[in-house]
Design a protein around this ligand. Structure first.
Ligand SMILES: [Zn+2]
Length: 224
């Protein structure tokens, strides 16, 4: 078995998205970020997509079993036979158990849970300074990645905004939810030997190199 069945974990702002893009490039893995695959299911108007659409339009949270079913649909599509990269699910122990069951049913298992760590104060510093253009979502930072002209996107000239998600009150809430729900999951993956930790305060290139090296070692171990 030489699949790369991967889960990405970490607080908001630790750089999961950046690392996900690179891993997807490296290994041609399908990337299953919860929001994206739900949107894709809705756009495809599959049975599950129709269910998800009703729930989303009613402003309700999509239940775990529906998210799991959407992921399973993708697992069975053939595109994920060599592996996948999950982001945003699982976030809780209950969701992780659902995923494990779904994989076991298919004779598969997780290869690793990649945790990109960053302390709360670093997360707040990164996210609170983030500005995004309204048109295409290009991301800037008031300290680390300033646009050429204040408040205007370099690429398309549209206005930069401070997203609701990146305001201090919201960040504090997102961090509280992360500590409350996901830390127990991190412990669980640590106990079961699946967890690999990465220092999200290091430069993205370095984190990426470290993840690649770790995945190479996992592959060697599997071949033994
Ligand atoms: Zn832009």
């Amino acid at each position: 078995m030489s699949e790369r069945n991967l889960v990405l974990l970490g607080p908001p702002g630790a750089g999961k998205g950046t690392q996900a893009e690179r891993l997807v490039d490296d290994f041609s893995l399908p990337y299953y970020a919860t929001g994206n695959i739900l949107r894709e299911a809705i756009a495809a108007e599959s049975e599950l997509g129709k269910k998800a659409k009703e729930i989303v339009e009613a402003g309700d949270l999509v239940p775990d079993d529906l998210i799991s079913a959407v992921i399973e649909e993708r697992l069975d599509s053939g595109e994920a036979d060599d592996g996948f990269l999950l982001d945003g699910f699982p976030r809780t122990i209950g969701q992780a158990e659902m995923l494990q069951e779904a994989l076991e049913k298919r004779g598969r298992r997780l290869t690793a849970a990649l945790l990109i760590e960053a302390p709360d104060e670093e997360v707040v510093r990164r996210l609170s300074g983030r500005r995004q253009c309204v048109k295409n979502g290009h991301v800037y930072h008031v300290d680390f990645n300033k646009p050429k002209h204040d408040g205007v996107c370099d690429i398309d000239g549209t206005k930069l905004v401070h997203r609701e998600d990146d305001k201090p009150e919201t960040i504090a809430h997102r961090l509280a939810v992360y500590h409350d729900q996901t830390e127990p999951l991190v412990e669980r993956y640590d106990e079961t030997g699946l967890l690999r930790r990465f220092d999200g305060t290091r430069p993205p290139d370095e984190v990426h190199g470290h993840i690649r090296a770790t995945l190479a070692v996992l592959r060697l171990e599997e071949d033994l």
